[in-house]
Every structure is written in structure tokens, then in C-alpha cells.
Write a protein that binds this ligand. Structure first.
Ligand SMILES: Cc1ncc(COP(=O)(O)O)c(C=O)c1O
Length: 424
């Protein structure tokens, strides 16, 4: 017997109707599924706004939303309206943010291998800052500048040599990393010296991002200490601690809040006498628990003595995290959201791979049946954004719900979308 789904994993404005059906911001899950179909990403807009406000308070010198976690025009506008800048990692993310109406000056461009095209786009469109990741990038900027490009404000990304204690694929602050300039070998100092002496670059600070889904407070502390010491020795105006705050995905997990993370960073900077502005760029902690994905059960396969497979109409195309990192999720039946879940199941998708698992160790009530609506919580970050068209599956719609109203912010793909780029 597994306990009912923990309310802490659900969007803030989740309620349960008398008949047991879960509702988001006042709209029943079955009504959402009827109107928009499944799979469906449902985002609680007020929840996202609350997290944005918390971040703005926790980092009063400036905070950007890391758009890679989830980006569409409505999300870009929302984060900007709430006083955040936007962190973009490619020309594509920058384009969507600018198309959404976010001023380019509010964008920070990342990337360990920015192309000439991306750097030129940043210069021509007046992107606020870029975060420099390599000496080759500095050379590209110089070349573009000498060809008539405008100077650009920049931070240097450093690699502080800190273990993030997260999955190796999303750990980025160790010395063996493709990102940034290592501090311990002196490369970071060299990069700062080099960038400070170029007309093409106005060096405004240093940056570190140690990884994503980080729960270890000590890792944030250590990384901030390294940043603080380096920042103090060069007297640069900005110190960015990146993002990375972890969120719980399972009933038994807990994490610190955005405010607590801000307090840890603030304390280190205060203790070390940092005078630079201290900025951050959270993604997952802004949108992760704001969303659930709704699926329809298509088949139930009981393999006696082995396991029960429940297959739904989504899969690794809408949430590749379990396949990529072995990430754990919970699931629950939308019509009995407050019930204990007696039956262990493995929730799988519709792709031609055994690795197409959404929830390896899930549990549902025993009366689950084909046609039921299942929900997986905490799918707001790195689900839709990392999704694909594998098997030419159509990507799901995304709705924002708020005070009893649903807004379709990304429509479901149609078959003809699959031929958009096909020159056949
Ligand atoms: C440079 C940078 N900043 C911020 C983030 C956001 O991280 P998270 O979504 O874990 O907060 C990432 C994600 O990997 C990143 O690479």
C-alpha cells in the first residue's frame, strides 16, 4: 500500500472535488482532458508567478528565469512581467523570448559553443549580457567586433571545482567539465584578464552554475565562496550564482525553498564582504512543480509475478528525463486523487523502446481501468522543453490555468506539422 499523492508535489492551486476528481486552479482534470485532449501539460499560472516573486525577493540585485526549463511566449512574458530577466542558451531561445515581447536587453545568453551566428545575433539585437565560456568564444567576439559589431557586456563563466551531488549528466561545476574556465588551474583568472583588456567586451562579472537538481546546500555554499573570492579580487560589478536548486519529485523528498537558497548565497557574500550585485538564474525551481501532465490509459498488462505495465498515450517524447537520467516520478489517478494507491505499476509510454518509461515504481488504486486519466506531477521543467517527435508522435498541448480559466498557450501538434521542414 502506498500513501496518496503528497499535496506538496502538486501545483499550489490544486483541489479535489467531492467525487474525488482533481482540479487545477478550479478546473477539473477531466474537463481539461475533454477540451484539450491528452497528453496535456497543465501549468498553474499563479504558482509560477508566486515562485517568480519569491526569486525576485531572494535575489533583489537581479534574477533571470532559465528558459531551457520550459519556454513558450506566454512563459517568457510571464517571467518578464514578474520582474525577471531571461537566461537563454541558444539563438532559438533568444528568438522566442524576443518574439514574446521581452526586450533583448533583459536577456543573458549562455552556451559552451556559441556560433558566430549566435554571437552576431546577440550584438545586433542588443542582448543585455553574454556569459563567455571559452577562449575561442573570446576570439569570435573580437573578430565580429573588428568586422563592425558592437561591444557586448559579458560575464566569464568559471568552473569552481564543486561536486553538485546530482546526476553526472547535469553536473557542471566539476573540474572535468565542458563548461567554463577552471579556477584551480588559473584559467579563470587568465580569461578575466584577457576579456578585461578588449574593446569588444565590457566585462561586468563572473558566473558559475554547478548543475541542476542540486539538493546539497554545501555545494551552493562552496561555489559561492569561490565566486566571492574571485569577484573581490577583480572588483567586478556582478556575481552570478547560476541556477540549479533541486525540487522534490517523490512523496518522500524535500528541498530548501528559493528564499532559503537566496539566504545561503546572501550569507556567504555578506561574510566575504562582496560588494558586487549578486544575481541568479533558476529554472526548475520556478516551473517544476507548477505543472502536471495528464495522460489517458490505453492498455494494462499484468505479468504475473513480474510487474504490471500501464501504458499511456504519452512517453519519452513528452518526458525524456526518466529515460535519460533514470529520474523518479509519482503518478496518481485523476478521479481518485486523495486515495491510497495499493497496486504497484510501471507507467510506460507508446514508443518502440523498453526504456520508454515514465514512472518506474509507481502505484495506483486497484480499480484502474483502460480509459482512466492518470496524472504525473512535477513535470513543469525539462519535460515539454526536452521533448521530441520521436516515432513522429505529435507533441502535446500546454495550457495555463488560473482562477477557473484555461488558456491554450501551445497547441497540440497536427499531422501536417510533421512535414513543416520536409522538402520531399
Ligand atoms: C547556465 C545555467 N543557468 C541556469 C540553469 C537552470 O538550472 P535549474 O533549472 O536547475 O535551476 C542551467 C541549467 O542547466 C544552466 O545551464
Amino acid at each position: 500500500m502506498v500513501a496518496k499523492i503528497s499535496s506538496s508535489l502538486l501545483p499550489d492551486n490544486t483541489t479535489i472535488h467531492e467525487d474525488g476528481m482533481v482540479a487545477f486552479a478550479g478546473i477539473r482534470a477531466d474537463d481539461l482532458a475533454k477540451e484539450y485532449g491528452t497528453p496535456l501539460f497543465v501549468y498553474d499560472e499563479a504558482h509560477i508567478r508566486q515562485r517568480c516573486r519569491e526569486a525576485v525577493q531572494a535575489f533583489p540585485d537581479g534574477v533571470s528565469y532559465a528558459t531551457k526549463a520550459f519556454l513558450c511566449k506566454a512563459m517568457a512574458r510571464l517571467a518578464y512581467e514578474e520582474g525577471m530577466g531571461l537566461d537563454v542558451a541558444t539563438i532559438g531561445e533568444a528568438f522566442v523570448a524576443i518574439e514574446a515581447g521581452v526586450p533583448a536587453a533583459k536577456l543573458t545568453m549562455h552556451g559552451n559553443n556559441k556560433s558566430y551566428e549566435e554571437l552576431q545575433y546577440a550584438m545586433e539585437n542588443g542582448i543585455g549580457k553574454i556569459v563567455i565560456d571559452s577562449f575561442d568564444e573570446i576570439a569570435k567576439i573580437e573578430q565580429l567586433f573588428s568586422n563592425g559589431g558592437s561591444p557586448i557586456q559579458a560575464l566569464i563563466r568559471i568552473t569552481p571545482g564543486v561536486e553538485a551531488h546530482t546526476h553526472e549528466y547535469i553536473s557542471t561545476g566539476e573540474e572535468d567539465s565542458k563548461f567554463g574556465f577552471t579556477v584551480s588551474t588559473g584559467l579563470a583568472e587568465k580569461a578575466i584578464d584577457k576579456a578585461s583588456n578588449l574593446k569588444a567586451i565590457e566585462l561586468i562579472g563572473i558566473h558559475a552554475h554547478i548543475g541542476s537538481q542540486v539538493f546539497t546546500q554545501e555545494s551552493f555554499r562552496k561555489s559561492t565562496e569561490t565566486l566571492a573570492d574571485l569577484s573581490n579580487s577583480f572588483s567586478l560589478p556582478e556575481l552570478s550564482v547560476g541556477g540549479g536548486l533541486g525540487v522534490p519529485y517523490l512523496n518522500n523528498e524535500t528541498s530548501i525553498s528559493i528564499s532559503e537558497w537566496g539566504a545561503i548565497v546572501g550569507k556567504v557574500c555578506e561574510d566575504r564582504g562582496v560588494t558586487a550585485r549578486v544575481t541568479a538564474e533558476p529554472g526548475r525551481s520556478i516551473v517544476g512543480s507548477a505543472a502536471v501532465t495528464l495522460y489517458t490509459v490505453g492498455t494494462i498488462k499484468k505479468l504475473d509475478g513480474i510487474r504490471t505495465y500501464v501504458a499511456v498515450d504519452g512517453g519519452m517524447h513528452d518526458n525524456p528525463r526518466p529515460a535519460l537520467y533514470g529520474s523518479g516520478y509519482e503518478t496518481f489517478l485523476a478521479r481518485s486523487a486523495a486515495s491510497a494507491r495499493q497496486m504497484p505499476v510501471t507507467l510506460v509510454g507508446k514508443h518502440c523502446e523498453s526504456g520508454d518509461v515514465l514512472v518506474r515504481d509507481g502505484a495506483v488504486p486497484e480499480d484502474i481501468t483502460v480509459g482512466d486519466l492518470l496524472a504525473t506531477p512535477v513535470t513543469g521543467a525539462y519535460g515539454q522543453s526536452m521533448g521530441s517527435n520521436y516515432n513522429k508522435v505529435l507533441r502535446p498541448a500546454v495550457v495555463f490555468v488560473n482562477s477557473g480559466q484555461a488558456e491554450l498557450v501551445v497547441r497540440r501538434e497536427e499531422l501536417t506539422d510533421l512535414l513543416n521542414t520536409d522538402m520531399g
